[in-house]
Design a protein around this ligand. Structure first.
Ligand SMILES: C[S@@+](CC[C@H](N)C(=O)[O-])C[C@H]1O[C@@H](n2cnc3c(N)ncnc32)[C@H](O)[C@@H]1O
Length: 301
C-alpha cells in the first residue's frame, strides 16, 4: 500500500525564522503576502531531503554541511521570469541615449572598453539582448563616424580596438547553466525580430542557439547581490526585476553598492515596477518616451 506523505505545516514563528535566514542569505524578503509561496517551496525542499520536521530541516540549514541545502532552497525561492527585449521603451533609451553618449565620451578619451553588467540575469535573455544592442549600436555609430582605424574583413561584431564585456550573474546555478547554454525554444523568440534572429542565432532542431561570436561577449558568473564584494568598473548596470523582492533597507544597500560599482557617470537601469525614488540622491533620473535610466552623480572633490 502506498504511503501518503503529509506535508509539514509550519507555525508562524517557524516561518519567521526561515524568513530571517533567507533574508540574511540573499536579501529576498518574504512578507505575509508571500508567506504561502515560502511555505510551499519549503515543503518541496523537505520532501526532496526526506525530512519530516521543521526542527530537523532548520538544523540541516544551519549546520556546516547545510551550505548546499541553502543554495538549493534559494534556487527554489527565486522567480526567474524573463524575456528577450524586455521593456522596449527602456531599451530604446539605453541604445539611443545611454550607449550613444558612452561611445562618444569614450572615443574622445581613447578609452575603448565597455562593460555592461546584467545583475540577476536569469536564463540569459537579458544579457544576450544587451550584447545584441551593443553590437548594433557600435555598428550604427561607426556607420556615421568612421573609425580612425582599418576595419578587418569580414567585419567582426566588435570593431577593433573596442573591447566589450557583458557580465551576467545570478544567485541560481540552474539558471546560469541554461543561460550559458544559450538555446531557446521558438516560444521564447517572439520578441526577437527576423533580422536579429538571422544575424545572431542559428537553428538547432526546433530551437534557436545564440551564435558563437555573440556568446563570446557574455561572461556568466555566480554573484549573490547580498554580499559586499560585487563586480566593479561597470559602465552600465542592469538590475531589473530583482530589487522588487528585497525590502527597502536591502534595496538602499544594493543601490549604494551599485553606485560604487559604476564608473564615473555610469548608468543604472532597474525594472519597470522599480524606482530609485526616495532610496538615494546619488543618481539623476533620465526619463524619455516611457523609458527610464539613472546616471551616477559625481560629487566634486
Ligand atoms: C525575475 S528574474 C529577472 C531577470 C531579468 N533581470 C529580467 O528582468 O528579465 C530575477 C532574477 O534575480 C535573481 N536573484 C534574486 N535574488 C538574487 C540575489 N540575491 N543575488 C543575485 N541574483 C538574485 C533570481 O535568481 C532571478 O534569476
Amino acid at each position: 500500500m502506498a504511503t501518503t506523505i503529509v506535508p509539514v505545516q509550519f507555525t508562524e514563528p517557524e516561518l519567521k525564522l526561515l524568513q530571517t535566514l533567507v533574508y540574511q542569505e540573499c536579501g529576498m524578503f518574504f512578507d505575509e503576502r508571500r508567506a504561502h509561496f515560502l511555505q510551499d517551496r519549503l515543503q518541496r525542499r523537505l520532501k526532496a531531503c526526506q525530512i519530516d520536521s521543521f526542527y530537523n530541516y532548520y538544523q540541516l540549514l544551519t549546520s556546516r554541511e547545510g551550505k548546499h541545502e541553502i543554495a538549493a532552497l534559494l534556487e527554489n525561492l527565486t522567480v526567474n521570469e524573463t524575456s528577450f527585449f524586455r521593456n522596449r521603451p527602456q531599451l530604446d533609451l539605453f541604445q539611443k541615449k545611454v550607449l550613444e553618449e558612452l561611445l562618444h565620451r569614450k572615443q574622445e578619451r581613447r578609452d575603448w572598453t565597455l562593460k555592461v553588467w546584467s545583475a540577476g540575469c536569469s536564463t540569459g535573455q537579458e544579457p544576450y539582448t544587451m550584447a545584441v544592442m551593443v553590437c548594433d549600436a557600435l555598428a550604427y555609430y561607426y556607420l556615421r563616424n568612421p573609425l580612425p582605424f582599418e576595419m578587418p574583413t569580414p567585419k567582426p561584431l566588435i570593431p577593433p580596438p573596442w573591447k566589450v564585456e557583458i557580465l551576467a550573474s545570478d544567485i541560481s546555478y540552474s539558471v546560469l547553466r541554461a543561460a550559458q547554454e544559450g538555446i531557446y525554444p521558438e516560444s521564447h523568440m517572439e520578441p526577437v525580430d527576423y533580422p536579429c534572429r538571422l544575424r545572431y542565432f542559428e537553428r538547432v532542431g526546433d530551437r534557436y542557439a545564440v551564435k558563437k561570436a555573440l556568446k563570446e561577449l557574455v561572461h556568466f558568473d555566480f554573484h549573490n547581490l547580498k554580499t559586499e564584494y560585487l563586480p566593479q568598473r561597470n559602465d552600465v548596470i542592469f538590475c531589473r526585476n530583482v530589487m522588487i523582492y528585497f525590502d527597502e533597507a536591502e534595496q538602499k544597500r544594493l543601490i549604494e553598492k551599485f553606485y560604487r560599482g559604476l564608473n564615473p557617470d555610469g548608468y543604472l537601469l532597474v525594472g519597470h515596477a522599480e524606482s530609485l525614488l526616495g532610496l538615494t540622491s546619488r543618481f539623476r533620473m533620465i526619463h524619455e518616451n516611457n523609458g527610464t535610466a539613472y546616471q551616477r552623480i559625481e560629487v566634486p572633490s
